[in-house]
Design a protein around this ligand. Structure first.
Ligand code: NCD
Length: 354
């Protein structure tokens, strides 16, 4: 612990209270590859850091210059609308130069290997790289090859950590929980393609770490074996899974990741697993509705539910996303920016493991 800017008493007090000891023991990860790599207090730290950006983003003048002079590359090897835009806006609001690389127009289409692409991005001396890739583990692989922080914007069926963070922040705000609180005892039901969804996986990790009671629901073919080990309660009957839910999070069927027939038909799927107004009545009276997007209206969620004026959090999720990404970009570049208390910390290994 020598050389750290905080006294051990301060750190011990922080750890004992479950709060993040700011400064010393600063965020001990170079990269954000998954929620699985984070301890509960580190998740709370990122949520708390995002609060200031939620406030700033509601001002007419949204600019900050924390990352001025830094270059962020968004390397997206898979399609995206909101996540790419959200990271781009986040970087720009913090004053960074943000460059987007789309795989469809890059040399990836010419057969360049992932490692070669990573080495090229590295040689351009990016200060942070944000990656989305269709293969689980690809982000980690790149993180091991480059010299700057790497943020996972979704890797295959593995993780989508900033989505889970923005969802937790959205729930905290919507339930009127104060900054710094966890989600202890909040009852959340997640329903959809649990087998292929990185959003589901990151959310299960984050929500359980924050103390939420999580029900998960999917047709048997889309239910991962042994999912109970993640600390969630599995259901194949959606009506039963909704009982007591304060928050209902719906997920898209990830058709692009399915090989073969996983559901009988979209119509049948909607009948059993679609969130209709009628079915929503089985949850708590004011249950809140979430969806990471993109939505397939009329399949996993009906428009009356998705557009519910007082209960749908879907656009608030998008709003939280910018703030969370600003917090992650800020925190992960603090060491390189020489922020007091962060710059003199011991070297952190690349691709620190989830
Ligand atoms: C999700 C994704 O790409 O993992 N979308 C998102 O990032 N908002 C969910 C999905 O594609 O269904």
């Amino acid at each position: 612990m020598t050389g750290l800017p905080q006294s051990s008493a301060t750190i011990a007090a922080g750890l004992a209270s479950g709060r993040y000891p700011a400064g010393g023991l600063a965020f001990p990860h170079r990269d954000l590859t998954g929620i699985g790599q984070l301890a509960r207090h580190e998740i709370l730290f990122l949520l708390d850091e995002a609060e200031q950006w939620v406030a700033l983003n509601r001002q007419p003048q949204k600019g900050a210059d924390l990352l001025s002079g830094l270059t962020i590359i968004n390397a997206f090897f898979e399609n995206s609308t909101r996540t790419l835009l959200s990271f781009e806006i986040a970087g720009k609001r913090l004053g960074a130069d943000v460059v987007n690389m789309h795989a469809a127009t890059s040399s990836v289409k010419k057969g360049e290997t992932l490692i070669d692409t990573a080495m090229t991005l590295n040689a351009m001396r990016a200060d942070a790289i944000v990656i989305r890739h269709a293969s689980s583990g690809a982000v980690r692989l790149i993180a091991e090859k480059v010299d700057c922080p790497v943020l996972n914007a979704g890797d295959g069926q593995h993780e989508h950590p900033t989505q889970a963070l923005l969802d937790a922040l959205t729930i905290r705000h919507a339930l009127g929980l104060p900054p710094q609180s966890d989600l202890n005892g909040v009852r959340v039901t997640i329903c959809g393609d649990l087998l292929h969804s990185r959003v589901a996986r990151s959310n299960m990790l984050a929500l359980t770490a924050l103390g939420a009671d999580v029900n998960v629901c999917a047709p048997p073919a889309l239910m991962p074996a042994g999912i109970e080990a993640m600390g969630v309660t599995p259901f194949t009957d959606f009506n039963a899974a909704l009982k007591g839910a304060q928050v209902v999070m719906m997920l898209r069927l990830q058709q692009e990741r399915m090989e073969g027939q996983f559901i009988p038909s979209p119509r049948e799927y909607r009948h059993l697993y679609g969130l209709t107004l009628d079915r929503l009545a089985r949850a708590e009276p004011d249950a809140l509705i979430m969806h990471p997007g993109p939505m397939n209206r009329g399949i996993e969620i009906d428009s009356q539910v998705a557009d519910h004026a007082s209960r749908s959090l879907i656009t608030r999720q998008v709003e939280s996303g910018v703030a969370i990404r600003m917090a992650c970009l800020d925190v992960l570049t603090r060491r390189a920016r020489g922020v007091p208390g962060w710059a003199d910390l011991p070297e952190i290994k690349a691709g620190s493991a989830p």
